[in-house]
Design a protein around this ligand. Structure first.
Ligand code: SF4
Ligand code: SF4
Length: 515
């Protein structure tokens, strides 16, 4: 069947747009070049999946109309070329406070906390290096986020206090503002910690994998006992003292399907304790994991073998189907961080400048004064990029090369949302930072497709939720995200029969598309 498409219209499914079926009757088209979504009937979606040549003449006429009216504009590529990470993220410093940890997690990437190299707690002298580093690397926002990390960072609480106090003096001197975030197992809660968290509006990211059964299996103490009850008791203490001043995140790692992820999420959700959830598949290799019940067969470096739980994607689908029901009056749940970020990029016209901030706006400094691009790579000495006294001394471009310069990612429909995969997860699977871990790449694709389906199922009020806080919350290791400048004023698309904007109060661009 011939249609009326212009000869130059060479957009390809899977590279320039993606069809996602919402149900038997409806599908969404996601446009890679500007992140717009349009609703189509399932039959039209099916034809688009086979290529633009398969559109009926009437559909092709409307497609040409979309182009004439600017809806197919290719803005993301240009924004990527003309922007730098500093445009889209604050400086984030991961402060690796100690190699000590009191847990023995089955999937630990840090060799039990010390990465095989960190023998001491962070000392006072490193604090000077930290603030020198900030002077040299603060981004245009003049906001710096501390990520207190370890080992278990609360085992070096004195240094956290010192850094917090120093940040006050530093702010007074330079005007630079600080956000304080901690990644903790919260099995310990030193005297004064809840008050410090309250007074500085901490984001407290608690590693908790679900209900007691799942959590205690994944995250036993070094003595072999469970840690769930102790952690929950400490979470409640932080909430009692901190109230709404503390933002609490449940950081869940998924390595098994029993009990199912959705049950684990609902159990934690039911406590009405956590503001956000952050849910990741555990990515392990033979070299970084001590095994344990529930783990899938492990991959090894220089292969592309399995590094994720085999059921993770199907569990994610179940979770996303249930996701809108987690927003309930009376429950403080405000979202899954990664899911909300992806929705924001689509609905508000934003794009990623890279997968994460590592090597440009995100660094890790450890007690041995080493500087690394990625907190999970502290044990890989050959990837060290600098030291406290010298600052960054190595080229970090391998960490930050734009997605359009990657041979595979540059042809991927999700590229301006994903940004090009986690370098450390690539390293675990292939031994190289830029050679793709196919499983985690597939996870990024499935996640975005799942979020698009979710958008298609939800109503305008859900789609137009306020998501502005995400910039402060260290989503996806500080993924730099900027507005993609899709045009704000375009001819109305209402009245089109085949390609319909979703009815929603979305961003200004989409609003205006509605006329
Ligand atoms: S990592 Fe995978 S999903 Fe991400 S841009 Fe590359 S090919 Fe696409
Ligand atoms: S996204 Fe991956 S490479 Fe980037 S900082 Fe996080 S773990 Fe490291």
């Amino acid at each position: 069947m011939s249609n009326t498409l212009e000869p130059g219209d060479a957009l390809q499914h899977g590279r320039d747009y993606k069809v996602v079926h919402v149900d038997d009757a409806r599908a969404l088209i996601f446009l890679t070049g500007n992140h717009r979504i349009l609703e189509v009937d399932a039959a039209t979606g099916g034809r688009l999946e086979r290529g633009l040549d398969n559109l009926t003449p009437e559909e092709a006429r409307e497609w040409s109309l979309l182009r004439e009216r600017g809806a197919l504009e290719d803005v993301n590529r240009n924004v990527l070329m003309s922007s730098s990470y500093e445009d889209g993220s604050n400086l984030a410093l991961n402060v690796n406070l100690t190699g000590s940890c009191n847990l023995d997690c089955t999937y630990c990437f840090a060799d039990g906390g010390d990465y095989g190299r960190i023998t001491d707690k962070m000392g006072s002298h490193t604090v000077d290096y930290i603030f020198d580093f900030i002077r040299g690397h603060v981004t245009r926002s003049r906001i710096v986020r501390f990520e207190f990390f370890g080992g278990e960072p609360l085992l070096n609480f004195a240094r956290i206090q010192q850094i917090c106090e120093r940040s006050d003096e530093f702010s007074a001197e330079t005007g630079i503002q600080f956000i304080h975030r901690i990644s903790t197992n919260l099995t310990v809660l030193p005297k004064g910690a809840p008050e410090l968290m309250r007074d500085r509006h901490f984001i407290v990211s608690v590693s908790i994998d679900g209900g007691a059964e799942t959590h205690d299996r994944n995250r036993p103490t070094k003595a072999g006992g469970g840690s769930f009850d102790k952690i929950l008791a400490n979470c409640w203490k932080v909430r009692e003292v901190g109230g709404d001043a503390v933002t609490m995140v449940a950081r869940m790692t998924v390595v098994s399907s029993q009990p199912p992820l959705i049950d684990n999420v609902k159990e934690l959700w039911g406590l009405n304790l956590f503001d956000y959830f952050q849910i990741y598949p555990g990515v392990t290799s033979g070299g970084s994991c001590n095994g344990g019940e529930g783990l899938v067969q492990l991959g090894t470096k220089n292969t592309t073998k399995q590094t994720m739980n085999i059921d993770f994607l199907s569990q994610l689908e179940v979770l996303l189907a249930e996701y809108p029901n987690l927003f309930q009056p009376g429950n403080r749940f405000k979202g899954g961080l990664e899911y909300e970020r992806l929705m924001q990029m689509v609905l508000e016209g934003k794009m990623a400048l890279g997968f994460c901030g590592a090597g440009k706006t995100y660094y890790t400094i450890s007690p041995d004064d080493s500087i690394m691009a990625c907190h999970r790579m502290v044990g890989e000495v050959e990837y060290q990029i600098g030291t406290g006294p010298e600052g960054v001394t190595r080229d970090t471009s391998e960490w930050t090369l734009p997605v359009d310069q990657h041979p595979v990612c540059s042809n991927c429909w999700a590229r301006y949302v994903c940004g090009g995969n986690c370098r450390q997860e690539n390293f675990v699977a292939t031994g190289k930072l830029r050679a793709l871990n196919e499983e985690t790449c597939n996870y990024q694709l499935s996640l975005l497709a799942g979020v698009l389906r979710l958008i298609g199922r939800t109503d305008p009020s859900f789609r137009s939720r306020d998501r502005h806080r995400l910039d402060d919350l260290f989503v996806s290791c500080g993924r730099p995200v900027v507005p993609n400048s899709r045009r704000e004023r375009e001819a109305a698309l209402d009245g089109l029969r085949f390609f319909r904007p979703l009815p929603a109060a979305l961003d200004a661009g989409a609003q205006n598309l509605l006329g």
